[in-house]
Design a protein around this ligand. Structure first.
Ligand code: SF4
Ligand code: SF4
Length: 245
């Protein structure tokens, strides 16, 4: 059965095309970078902190608001600026200052990707198109399918990392009511959102006494944040649920 969607959200068929064009000449330019709730995935944070040449710890302290509830995975949001317009800290008159590393939702707009894991463990994903009155981008001359849009906005890698992350958030044990301890919540934040600190931990004697990592893998995750993040998801799944897959 199809889920009920809000009026301004339309489910897109695989081959359905929509028109969209956003550029500095539209009257609403950067309006969508204000008064928004922007949830960040671990991959978003990794890209942004590297773009800004900050450590993950510095990035979290300066830009991120963490919402935590007992027993649940915490949620990470980009903190907006208190300028009367709740602007994104990275917006300027000329556009996005972190454009080539902007978060997944900024890339995807006006398309949304709903992804979840079915009972049998398979991935379910579909795309929706948002029509919001303030956005004047629709009706542009270029047409896209959702897949073409994702590719145009270089979202394939974001989706790959985010699907991996979703496998953790929607693990069968979570659906069965698994509640996280305080220590497990800290492990989640450290390994997925504070990658530089996690790398220090993985390189420590304390870690190597408890977990075995071969030399090649250690070298890879020491020099490559993407490899470290992939490892972090596997490691955390195993720590929390006893399974790394
Ligand atoms: S056209 Fe839409 S996406 Fe582009 S700046 Fe305006 S509100 Fe944002
Ligand atoms: S990160 Fe860039 S695109 Fe996203 S809301 Fe901020 S300024 Fe806009």
């Amino acid at each position: 059965m199809d889920m009920q969607l809000p009026k301004n959200v339309k489910k897109l068929k695989d081959n359905e095309r929509f028109s969209f064009a956003c550029n500095p000449s539209v009257e609403c330019f950067t309006d969508c970078c204000r008064e928004l709730e922007l949830a960040l995935t671990p991959y978003d944070v990794m890209r942004l902190k590297n773009k800004l040449q900050m450590t993950s710890e510095e990035f979290l302290k300066r830009y991120v608001v963490i919402e935590a509830e007992m027993g649940q995975f915490p949620r990470f949001y980009l903190g907006m600026v208190d300028d009367g317009k709740a602007s994104c800290p990275f917006v300027s008159a000329a556009g996005c200052k972190v454009y080539d590393s902007r978060p997944g939702p900024c890339r995807a707009y006006p398309v949304g990707r709903a992804a979840s894991i079915a009972e049998d463990g398979s991935n379910i994903a579909f795309h929706v198109l948002l029509s919001e009155p303030h956005c004047q981008g629709s009706g542009g001359s270029t047409q896209f399918t959702a897949k073409e849009w994702m590719s145009d906005q270089e979202l394939d890698l974001y989706n790959e990392f985010n699907d991996d992350f979703m496998g953790l958030l929607q693990h069968p044990k979570i659906r069965e009511g698994f509640s996280l301890s305080k220590e497990q919540i800290q492990m989640f934040t450290l390994s997925l959102y504070n990658l530089d600190e996690f790398r220090s931990y993985v390189s420590s004697d304390k870690f190597s006494l408890k977990y075995s990592l071969n030399k090649n893998e250690l070298q890879r995750i020491n020099s490559d944040d993407s490899a470290l993040l992939r490892y972090a998801v596997r490691w955390l799944k195993k720590e929390l649920f006893g399974s790394g897959s």
